[in-house]
Structure formats: structure tokens, C-alpha cells
Design a protein around this ligand. Structure first.
Ligand SMILES: CC(C)(COP(=O)(O)OP(=O)(O)OC[C@H]1O[C@@H](n2cnc3c(N)ncnc32)[C@H](O)[C@@H]1OP(=O)(O)O)[C@@H](O)C(=O)NCCC(=O)NCCS
Length: 172
């Protein structure tokens, strides 16, 4: 794998059905460690096809360096999965994936993103805090009754205000 020199070497692109197996294996290796494998290639492929899900990939020189899966409903979106290959960590790829999804959510009229993260995953909890997500509650036994989750949310109205030129909409 070629390490990008800058974040501009990274391309964000919607996943293709042929990415499903690679994404599923990244989930198993980087996210679902120690848990039964639930994000199988078939499940990921279903989300790639589903019109209310977005499966976003980050690529470096054609290699899949990271991905995110988000499901949309009327007023909220749920970030199901996010991972960046360790080769590419701390380069801003995770932030790029999340910010792209947030802007898409705002454009779609969705104002809250919610997610769960393993309570013991301190690095990811720091990452989400850094991006403006706040802890809502602890969910006991969320992961197969063996591990707790921290639920975090971000109110996207801040981004919406930023996307409006000179807040023109608010002034009308
Ligand atoms: C969590 C994860 C997605 C972060 O991706 P990344 O591309 O390395 O993160 P970024 O480089 O975009 O970091 C964005 C900000 O979060 C902070 N951050 C990222 N990882 C961090 C860590 N382990 N500890 C503390 N802060 C962290 C960075 O400092 C950065 O802020 P700054 O650049 O303004 O200082 C990645 O480490 C990962 O895939 N981990 C394994 C899977 C996982 O835990 N997924 C999330 C739960 S589903």
C-alpha cells in the first residue's frame, strides 16, 4: 500500500458492489474484533444497493484505505461503521469521510447523526469528540451482551448554517 503524502492523494467515492468483500473484511479486522462477524459481504452489499444507505470509500492509488456506512431516516442518520486502515491512520481520512457524510446529511435535510462506539475504544471516542460528537448515554451490553456502547450524537444545524452563504436563508 502506498502511503499518501497529503490528504489530497485521497479520493472519496461511493462504494461499488465489488467493494463489499473488502469492506466486510476490514470491519471484521478493525471494528468487530472479538465479536461475532455481523457485517458480512452480503450485508455490506445490501447497504451498497439500498437507497437509504450510503457506503462511502476513501481510496489511495486505487487501494481501499477507509470506508463508512451510514443509514438515513427522515430526521436522523445513523453512522453504522467507520474504519481507516492502520497504514493510513491519523492523516485526516476519518475526518474526511465523516465530514462528507455530514454535508450529505444536511443537504438531505437530516439534522442529527447518531452512532455507537465500543466503550473501551478510547481512540475512536476521542476522534468523534474531536469532530463535535457528544456522549449521550452508555448502553449496557449493546455488543452481543458482552460489551457496552457509548452512544454519541452531533447536531448538524451548525454545519447547515455554515453551508448557507452569509446565512442568507435565515435573513429571508
Ligand atoms: C477512529 C478512526 C476511524 C480514526 O480515523 P483517522 O483517519 O485516523 O482519524 P483522523 O486522522 O481523521 O483524525 C481526526 C481527529 O481525531 C483525532 N484522533 C484520531 N484518532 C485518534 C486517537 N486514536 N486518539 C486520539 N485522537 C484521535 C486526531 O487527533 C484528529 O484531530 P486533529 O487532526 O485535529 O488533531 C481510525 O482510527 C479507525 O479506523 N480505528 C479502528 C476502527 C474504529 O475504531 N472505528 C470507529 C468505531 S466504528
Amino acid at each position: 500500500m502506498a502511503t499518501p503524502k497529503t490528504i489530497s492523494d485521497v479520493t472519496l467515492r461511493l462504494a461499488h458492489p465489488r467493494d463489499a468483500t473488502t469492506i466486510a473484511h476490514m470491519s471484521k479486522r478493525l471494528i468487530e474484533v472479538g465479536l461475532p462477524w455481523s457485517w458480512t459481504p452480503e450485508r455490506v452489499a445490501m447497504h451498497i444497493r439500498h437507497r437509504e444507505s450510503v457506503v462511502l470509500t476513501a481510496r489511495v492509488g486505487g487501494e481501499l484505505a477507509g470506508f463508512a456506512i451510514m443509514q438515513f431516516s427522515d430526521t436522523t442518520a445513523h453512522l453504522d461503521l467507520l474504519a481507516v486502515d492502520p497504514t493510513y491512520e491519523r492523516l485526516g481520512i476519518g475526518r474526511c469521510l465523516v465530514e462528507w457524510l455530514e454535508e450529505t446529511a444536511v443537504t438531505a435535510g437530516t439534522f442529527v447523526i447518531a452512532l455507537e462506539v465500543r466503550a473501551a475504544n478510547v481512540g475512536a471516542r476521542w476522534f468523534y469528540s474531536r469532530l463535535g460528537y457528544r456522549k449521550v448515554r452508555l448502553i449496557t451490553g449493546y455488543y452481543c451482551r458482552v460489551e457496552n456502547a457509548v452512544q454519541m450524537v452531533r447536531d448538524l444545524r451548525v454545519i447547515r448554517a455554515r453551508m448557507l452563504p452569509n446565512n442568507s436563508f435565515e435573513r429571508q
